[in-house]
Write a protein that binds this ligand. Structure first.
Ligand code: PEP
Ligand code: MG
Length: 584
């Protein structure tokens, strides 16, 4: 009997194969008191375990294939940096000395408090980074508990260094970036994990390695048997079992079709995105780390529409200085060789790591609290170095600056005043910058979308952040799984706000792009074209497929359909029309 299990499809593609259920060998952590005489030995034991962990990660790093995307090594580097960070290195030592804890227990206590800090964070990306803490701590605890020099197999899963995984579909509770890389080496067909969301490491890595993946498939290891034949649909987020010849034939066909499409898509590299009725659309890419710029160049995007700069603030207790900001921007400028780069100013939430007390107490509703531009305007000591660096970077290439989460026009005025002051400072220091550097804003709060004409008047460009716009319009926390069924990009209110923003930009004669996940989802391309969008910014891996849809579209026709759609009050009719334009 066919049976289907559902999760979140995070990396498209079909896999047909047998499962391999991974059971983690979880280290058991117990507390015991260390006698005074051997406390320094315990400290040494802890330091040794950190060194072994670092060596393990370095060993994995050299196994990353040269063809792998930059993210693969970046994730390992993040873990290596964490093993150098005082929050993980010095704090447990203090606990060993002050409380006479054993090393495993001291590390556990420190882990618990770090995880709590991450859980209170507002930004969904940073919030999911608590995985990093978990993964790094688990690695060190393993080393401490096993105390076995032979146990240096680099993973919680002994299987990962064997070759038994070739051609298998991996089913696990959760996977670290290192696990994912090791498995890619083993030639696994797909990943299914019980935890994690679209922003988890497994998801991001699987997407860039081109391996189908489903995350958040709760209890997958209970419902799926070991060595069971299954199909994984990495787009729909479905795992099918109880396969018969008919189902297999269907999915084999889909697989072939997918491969053929991939080959076709590669041919679109460097070709313009022109609709059937002759409109040229600009396709930009979103990046999270400077190294991601390589993928942007490879896919020949028109530039970077969103450079998220939050990574600069991660895994540290101080804030980055002007030179650090500048170095990371120049890195990207160099790779992009003349294409425009839109640098977004810090979009941080109620984040203890960066506010270190300056942001006041953690609020009860961080998404509505001191985040993004609100935090920057409150903490100028943090904001000013970034402004100086962005301006200085503009002397080296076509840089644009973008402000996240605007809700009132006063925030724009404040930023513009700060930019004017910063320019004067740079002049006084004899430093070069582009006096005409465009300054734009993200429209991701409904208030800003409704008042888009005001924002369009004072800014050089707008960019619609649908991830947040949907969250704020529909009053649903974008990272809360309980209400994810309400997260609906096709809600008429969302479409009206997008439409209003695009229209306001066009009327004011300034460009409007859309840089939320919707831009890279081909189900919405026709709809967005019909809403008047001419600039899309997305994950580089989505760019060629979006280009293909654009080349197949007729904007004049879509505009008419969308106009009718926006005027429909009959919900049944709306449902039918939306299916027609954003159906699959
Ligand atoms: C958005 O909100 O759509 C967006 C692109 O920004 P982020 O996902 O970084 O909040
Ligand atoms: Mg946003």
């Amino acid at each position: 009997m066919p049976f289907s299990l559902h999760g979140i499809g995070v990396s498209r593609g079909y896999a047909i194969g047998r499962t391999y259920l991974l059971q983690r060998n979880q280290p058991e952590i117990t507390e015991y008191i260390i006698p005074d005489t051997i406390i320094e030995d315990e400290v040494q034991r802890f330091l040794n375990s950190l060194n072994i962990a670092k060596q393990q990660l370095r060993d994995i790093r050299v196994q990353v294939p040269a063809t792998a995307p930059a993210e693969a090594t970046a994730f390992i580097d993040t873990h290596l940096l964490m093993l150098e960070d005082t929050t993980l290195t010095e704090a447990p030592i203090k606990l060993i000395r002050s409380h006479k804890y054993n090393a495993e227990w001291a590390l556990k206590i420190q882990r618990d408090s770090l995880v709590q800090v991450f859980e209170e964070m507002d930004d969904p990306y940073l919030r999911t980074r608590k995985e990093d803490v978990e993964h790094v701590v688990r690695r060190v605890q393993h080393i401490l508990v096993t105390e076995d020099a032979a146990y240096l197999n680099n993973s919680d899963y002994t299987e990962l260094t064997s070759s038994r995984l070739e051609g298998r579909i991996i089913v696990a509770d959760d996977l670290t970036p290192a696990d994912t890389i090791l498995m890619q080496h083993q030639g696994v067909l797909a990943f299914v994990t019980e935890y994690g969301g679209p922003l988890s490491h497994t998801a991001i890595l699987a997407r860039s390695l081109g391996i189908p993946a489903v995350v958040g498939a709760r209890n997958a290891r209970t419902y799926l048997g070991h060595d069971e034949p299954v199909v994984v649909d990495g787009r729909a987020g479905v795992i099918l079992t109880g396969l018969d010849e008919r189902i297999l034939r269907y999915y084999r066909h889909k697989q072939q079709e997918e491969r053929r499409q991939q080959r076709e898509l590669h041919k679109l590299k460097g070709k313009p995105a022109i609709t059937r009725d002759g409109l040229t659309i600009q396709l930009y890419a979103n990046i999270e780390l400077p190294e991601d710029a390589v993928a942007v160049r490879d896919v020949v995007a028109d530039g970077i529409g969103l450079y998220r700069t939050e990574f600069l603030f991660m895994n540290r207790s101080d804030v980055p200085d002007e030179e650090e900001h500048l170095a990371s921007y120049l890195h990207v400028i160099k790779i992009l060789e003349g294409s425009p780069i839109t640098i977004r100013t810090a979009d941080l939430g109620a984040d203890k790591q960066v506010d270190s007390g300056r942001g006041g107490p953690i609020c009860t509703n961080p998404a509505l609290g001191l985040r993004a531009i609100r935090m920057c305007l409150k903490d100028l000591a943090m904001f000013r170095p970034q402004l100086r660096a962005i301006l200085r970077a503009s002397a080296y290439g076509p840089v644009r600056m973008m402000i996240p989460m605007l809700s009132t026009i006063q925030e724009v005025f404040q930023v513009l005043r700060l930019v004017t002051e910063t320019k004067q400072e740079l002049r006084d220091r004899g430093l070069a910058f582009d006096d005409a550097m465009p300054i734009g804003g993200m429209i991701e709060v409904p208030a800003a979308a409704v008042c888009a004409p005001q924002f369009a008047r004072y800014l050089d460009f707008l960019s619609i952040g649908t991830n947040d716009l949907i969250q704020y319009t529909l009053a649903i926390d974008r990272v809360d799984n309980e209400i994810s069924y309400l997260y609906d990009p096709l809600h008429p209110a969302v479409l009206m706000l997008i439409h209003n923003t695009i229209r306001a930009g066009h009327k004011a004669g300034i460009p409007v792009s859309l840089c939320g996940e919707m831009a890279g989802d081909s189900r919405y391309t026709a709809l967005l074209l019909g809403l008047g969008l001419t600039q899309f910014s997305m994950h580089p891996t989505a760019l060629l497929e979006i280009k293909r849809v654009i080349q197949d579209s007729n904007v004049a026709e879509l505009t008419k359909v969308v106009r009718r759609l926006l005027h429909t009050t009959d919900t049944e009719k709306y449902g039918e029309m939306i299916k027609g334009i954003a159906g699959n």
